[in-house]
Design a protein around this ligand. Structure first.
Ligand code: 0A1
Ligand code: ZN
Length: 882
C-alpha cells in the first residue's frame, strides 16, 4: 500500500514564479541506450515576485543529473539540493545563466510523458508536466521562454529531426550522425515543447494566409502510412481558412507540422508548430477509416490547430485554468465541424456525450468545477467537465452576447492577452468589456460543480389567453460543495400551436406584440421565475431548452402526446430528436420493472415507421432519430440502476420495434444502397449511416434477409463504414458461426494495420455476444494486443467496461475484478492510463446494493495495491471517501 499521500495543490495558494526564464538553449544527444540533454537557461528574478532572495527551485522527474553550472562555474554537490522532484539552489544572483546536463532513458519510458520511444521513433509529450522528465526546469505554464533546440542523432535510424519553430541550421557529424537546430521565435510555456526524431516520410502541402503568406504544411508518418494523410491535410487547410474568416486569426510561423505516433496517451497535442497526433486521430483512408473517424480526424486536426491562438499565443496561468484553453478550443472546433456538415447532427452528438458521460462525472466522486479549486495530479483533470462542460460555458456566453459581440470579445481577448498566461476570469472580463454585459453571476459556472436541474411547470389561462411558465433551478451538492447559488442560465424556447405552427412569444411588457419573436432566450438568474406569454388563443406545446442552450437537466411532465407532437413538428431539429429520445426513454423505463412480454407503445412504433418513410427530412437526422437511447444513458438516468434489467428491456423494446418495422427497414436499406461511388459528402454519409442503422435493427431480430444483406455488404464493401456496419451488425446477432467467420476474415485482411485492428478489438469488446469475459481474456492474449500501447488497452479494456455494460456488471462481480486486475497491472507502467481506466468502478455508489458492494471491494483492492501511483491514488481515494 502507498504510504505517502500525494500533496494537494490549491488554486488559492497560487503565487507568481520567483524566477523567469527568458531563453532556453537545448541540445539533445540521442542514442539507442539513452539521451543526454544539455540545457542552458537565461534566468532572472521576477520583478513581480515579493520573494526577494528566494531559492531557485526547478522541477525534475526520473532524471539523472550529470552536472550543473551557474554563470560558467560548475557547482559542487553541496551547492545544490537534489530530491526526487526538485533541484534547489539556495543562493542565486538576480540574473544568471544556468547550465544543466541530464541523462534520460526514452527507450524505457512506458509512462509516455516526457521523451519516449514509439515504434522506434523518439517523440515527446510535455503537457501537463512532462518537460520535467526531460530536464530540470520551472515546469509551470506561466514561465514562458524562447527555445532554441539542437538535435543530434544517428542519420540512418533518425533521418528526420524536428522541433518547434523554424529549422535554422543542419549538418553532418562524425560516426554517421547528424544534427538539426530549430528556433521558435514565440515565447512559450514548457508544456508546448516538442521533439521528434525518426525514420519518417513527409507529405507536403501549402496554405496561403489571408495576408498572402505561404505556409509550408507537412505531415510526417511512417512509410507504410504515406497514403493516409490526405484527409488530415485537407482538414488542416479548411481549419486554417475558417479561423481566419470566423475569428480573424492568421497562422504565425512559416511551417506547420503534424506527426503521427502509434503510442500516445491522449488524442493529440498542440505543441507550437509541431502537433503530435495519436495515429488513430490523424491517419485515414476510405478502406481503413469509417465516416465517423473521418469526422473525428477533421475536428481533432482543427482543435489542435485552433490551439495555436487559444492556448499557445494566449496560454493558461496555471493548470486550474485548463478550461480557458480547452473549453474555448472545443467550442471553436465544434462550431467549425457544425459549419462543415450538419449542425443539428453535430449538436446531437456533442449533447449525447455530455449527457451520458459528463453528467455522470458531475454526479460522481470526482465531480469538480470547470475551474477546479484543487488537485493532486493534474493529468486526472483532463476531463469531460474541463473540455465538454467548459465548451458549453463558452457557448452560453456566445448565446447571451450574440455572434457580433462575442466576436468583439474574442478579438479583445486575443489582443489584450497575446503572449500572456492568463485566467478564465480574464477571458470573461474581455467578453464583458467588449459587450458591456455584466457576467458576474455567470462566473458561477466556473466555480460550482454539479449539473443544474430545471423543474418546469406551466398553465394556460384561457380567459386571458395567457400561458404561464415557471422555471425553478437548483444545483446539486457535490464533493466539498453544498448550498449552491442560482446560476445565470440562457434558456431558449419556442411555443407550438395545435397544427405545429410556431407561435409569437409576447411577454408581459412587450411594446410591440405584432413583432414578437418566435424563439426567445430567457435568462434565468433566480431560484424561480415565472414568465407570462400573452395573446395565445390555445394552450401551446412548449419546446424547451432549444438546441440545448445550457448544460442542465430539464424536468417537465411531458405527456407522450406532446413528445410525439414535438417529434414530428418542432422546427428545432435538436428538440425534435430529443423528443424522440425522451419518448423512447419513457417507454423503456416503464417496462424495466416487468418481466412479461409487454406490448411496446404503439405510437412509438408508428413514429419510427413514419420517420423511416420520410424522405423529406434531413436523412442524417433520421439516422440519429432511429437510434434508441444508449444503455449507458439509461443507466445514467436511473437511480440505483439494475443494469441487467435495463439491458434486457432495451433489447426487448428493440426486438419488438424491429419486428414491427421489418419491411420498412428492408425498404430503407435498399433505398439508401446503390452503386454510388464513395464520397464524404453530408448526403452520402447520411445514406451510409441510415443503411447501416437499418442493418443493425434487422440483425437484432436475427432476420435472414438482414443477415444476407450484411454478408453481401461485407464482401462488396469498398469502404470501412460499410464494412464495419455489416461486421458490427453480424457480431451483435445470434448467428454464431457467421460471427466467427466474419471476424476471422476481417482480421486476416487487416492484421497489418494497427488502426483497423483496434476497431476489430472494439467491435468484439463492446458486444454482449462476442465480448463476454472469457473472450475478453482471449483478446488480451491475442498476438496483436500490446500492453504498452494505450489504443489497444482502450479498445479492449475501456470499451468492455464502458460499453458492454451487461457483461461488465455481471452480478457475480467478475467484470469488476477483471477491471481491477488490469488497472493494477497498468499502474506500474502507465499511471495516466490506469487512472482513466478505473473510472467505471468509481461510480459504485450509484448502483443497486448488490452491484455497489462488489464494485467497492474491487476498488479497495486497487487502493491496497503496493506502490500506487499518485494518479491512481487520487482517483481511488476520492471515490472511496466521498
Ligand atoms: N492539450 C491536448 C490534450 C492532451 C493533454 C494531455 C496530454 O498528455 C497528458 C496529451 C494531450 C488537447 O486538448 O488536444
Ligand atoms: Zn485541446
Amino acid at each position: 500500500m502507498r504510504t505517502n499521500q500525494p500533496t494537494t495543490i490549491h488554486l488559492s495558494e497560487y503565487k507568481v514564479p520567483a524566477y523567469l526564464v527568458d531563453a532556453v538553449d537545448l541540445c539533445f544527444e540521442l542514442f539507442d541506450d539513452g539521451a543526454r540533454v544539455h540545457s542552458t537557461l537565461s534566468v532572472r528574478h521576477n520583478p513581480e515576485s515579493t520573494e526577494e532572495s528566494a531559492p531557485l527551485a526547478l522541477d525534475g522527474d526520473s532524471l539523472k543529473l550529470e552536472s550543473v553550472a551557474l554563470n560558467g562555474k560548475e557547482l559542487a554537490a553541496g551547492d545544490y539540493e537534489e530530491t526526487d522532484e526538485q533541484l534547489v539552489i539556495a543562493k542565486v544572483p538576480v540574473q544568471f545563466e544556468l547550465k544543466v546536463v541530464t541523462w534520460i532513458e526514452p527507450q524505457n519510458n512506458t509512462r509516455l510523458e516526457g521523451l519516449y520511444k514509439s515504434s522506434g521513433m523518439f517523440c515527446t509529450q510535455c503537457e501537463a508536466e512532462g518537460f520535467r522528465c526531460i530536464t530540470y526546469f520551472p515546469d509551470r505554464p506561466d514561465v514562458m521562454a524562447r527555445y532554441r533546440t539542437r538535435i543530434e542523432a544517428d542519420k540512418n535510424t533518425c533521418p528526420v529531426l524536428l522541433s518547434n519553430g523554424n529549422d535554422v541550421e543542419k549538418g553532418d557529424l562524425d560516426n554517421g550522425r547528424h544534427f538539426v537546430t530549430w528556433e521558435d521565435p514565440f515565447p512559450k510555456p514548457s508544456y508546448l515543447f516538442a521533439l521528434v526524431a525518426g525514420d519518417l516520410v513527409e507529405k507536403q502541402d501549402t496554405f496561403t494566409t489571408c495576408s498572402g503568406r505561404d505556409i509550408d504544411l507537412r505531415i510526417y508518418v511512417e512509410a507504410r502510412n504515406a497514403a493516409k494523410t490526405r484527409h488530415a491535410l485537407d482538414s488542416l487547410k479548411r481549419a486554417m481558412r475558417w479561423d481566419e474568416e470566423t475569428y480573424g486569426r492568421e497562422y504565425d510561423l512559416d511551417i506547420f507540422m503534424i506527426v503521427a505516433v502509434d503510442d500516445f496517451n491522449m488524442g493529440a497535442m498542440e505543441n507550437k508548430g509541431l502537433n503530435i497526433f495519436n495515429s488513430s486521430c490523424v491517419l485515414a483512408s476510405q478502406e481503413t477509416a469509417t465516416d465517423l473517424a473521418f469526422q473525428r480526424i477533421e475536428s481533432i486536426v482543427a482543435h489542435e490547430y485552433f490551439h495555436n491562438w487559444s492556448g499557445n499565443r494566449v496560454t493558461c496561468r496555471d493548470w486550474f485554468q485548463l478550461s480557458l484553453k480547452e473549453g474555448f478550443t472545443v467550442f471553436r472546433d465544434a462550431t467549425f465541424s457544425a459549419d462543415m456538415g450538419s449542425s443539428t447532427v453535430k449538436r446531437i452528438e456533442d449533447v449525447t456525450l455530455l449527457r451520458t458521460a459528463q453528467f455522470a462525472e458531475d454526479a460522481g466522486p470526482m465531480a469538480h468545477p470547470v475551474r477546479p479549486a484543487s488537485y493532486m495530479e493534474i493529468s486526472n483533470f483532463y476531463t469531460l467537465t474541463i473540455y465538454e462542460k467548459g465548451e458549453e460555458v463558452v457557448r452560453m456566453i456566445h448565446t447571451l452576447l450574440g455572434p457580433e459581440l462575442f466576436r468583439k470579445g474574442s478579438d479583445l481577448y486575443f489582443e489584450r492577452h497575446d503572449g500572456q498566461a492568463v485566467t478564465t476570469d480574464d477571458f470573461v472580463r474581455a467578453m464583458e468589456d467588449a459587450s458591456g454585459r455584466d457576467l458576474s453571476q455567470f462566473r458561477l459556472w466556473y466555480e460550482q460543480a454539479g449539473t443544474p436541474e430545471l423543474t418546469v411547470s406551466d398553465n394556460y389561462d384561457d380567459e386571458q389567453g395567457v400561458y404561464r411558465l415557471t422555471v425553478q433551478q437548483s444545483v446539486p451538492d457535490t464533493p466539498g460543495q453544498t448550498d449552491k447559488k442560482p446560476q445565470h442560465i440562457p434558456f431558449a424556447l419556442g411555443l407550438l400551436g395545435a397544427d405545429g405552427e410556431t407561435l409569437p412569444l409576447t411577454l408581459e411588457n412587450d411594446q410591440n406584440a405584432a413583432s414578437a419573436p418566435v424563439e426567445r432566450v430567457l435568462e434565468l438568474t433566480e431560484a424561480s421565475h415565472t414568465f407570462e406569454f400573452h395573446g395565445l388563443s390555445q394552450k401551446p406545446v412548449p419546446s424547451l431548452l432549444r438546441s440545448f442552450s445550457a448544460p442542465v437537466r430539464v424536468v417537465y411532465p411531458w405527456s407522450r402526446e406532446q413528445l410525439l407532437f414535438l417529434m414530428s413538428h418542432d422546427s428545432d431539429g435538436f428538440n425534435r430528436w430529443d423528443a424522440g429520445q425522451r419518448l423512447a426513454i419513457d417507454v423503456i423505463q416503464s417496462l424495466v420493472a416487468s418481466t412479461e412480454t409487454v406490448e411496446v407503445e404503439p405510437r412509438l412504433v408508428e413514429a419510427y415507421r413514419s420517420l423511416l418513410g420520410d424522405a423529406t427530412l434531413d436523412q442524417a437526422l433520421v439516422a440519429k432519430m432511429m437510434q434508441l437511447p444508449s444503455e449507458a444513458y439509461l443507466v445514467e438516468l436511473a437511480n440505483s440502476p439494475d443494469v441487467a434489467a435495463i439491458h434486457r428491456t432495451r433489447e426487448r423494446v428493440a426486438t419488438y420495434l424491429a419486428t414491427a418495422l421489418r419491411d420498412e427497414l428492408i425498404e430503407c436499406y435498399h433505398r439508401n444502397t446503390g452503386t454510388d461511388v464513395y464520397e464524404i459528402t453530408p448526403e452520402s454519409v447520411a445514406r451510409r449511416s441510415l443503411r447501416n442503422t437499418a442493418l443493425a435493427w434487422l440483425l437484432m431480430i436475427n432476420d435472414e434477409t438482414g443477415r444476407d444483406l450484411a454478408l453481401a455488404q461485407l464482401s462488396a464493401a469498398d469502404n470501412m463504414t460499410d464494412r464495419m456496419g455489416a461486421l458490427r451488425a453480424l457480431v451483435n446477432s445470434d448467428y454464431a458461426s457467421e460471427r466467427t467467420q466474419v471476424l476471422t476474415d476481417f482480421y486476416e485482411r487487416f492484421q497489418e494495420d494497427p488502426q483497423v485492428v483496434e476497431q476489430w478489438f472494439s467491435v468484439q469488446a463492446s458486444s454482449d455476444r462476442a465480448g463476454q469475459l472469457p473472450q475478453i481474456h482471449a483478446l488480451l492474449e491475442h498476438p496483436a494486443f500490446d500492453w504498452k500501447n494505450p489504443n489497444k488497452i482502450r479498445s479492449v479494456v475501456a470499451v468492455f467496461a464502458g460499453q458492454n455494460l451487461a457483461a461488465f456488471h455481471n452480478p457475480d462481480g467478475s467484470g469488476y475484478e477483471f477491471l481491477a486486475d488490469q488497472v493494477c497491472r497498468l499502474d506500474d507502467s502507465n499511471p495516466q492510463i490506469a487512472a482513466r481506466l478505473v473510472t467505471p468502478l468509481t461510480r459504485w455508489k450509484k448502483f443497486a446494493p448488490a452491484y455497489s458492494a462488489l464494485m467497492r471491494s474491487a476498488l479497495e483492492r486497487v487502493r491496497d495495491k503496493s506502490e500506487l501511483s499518485a494518479d491512481l491514488y487520487e482517483v481511488v481515494h476520492k471515490s472511496l471517501e466521498s
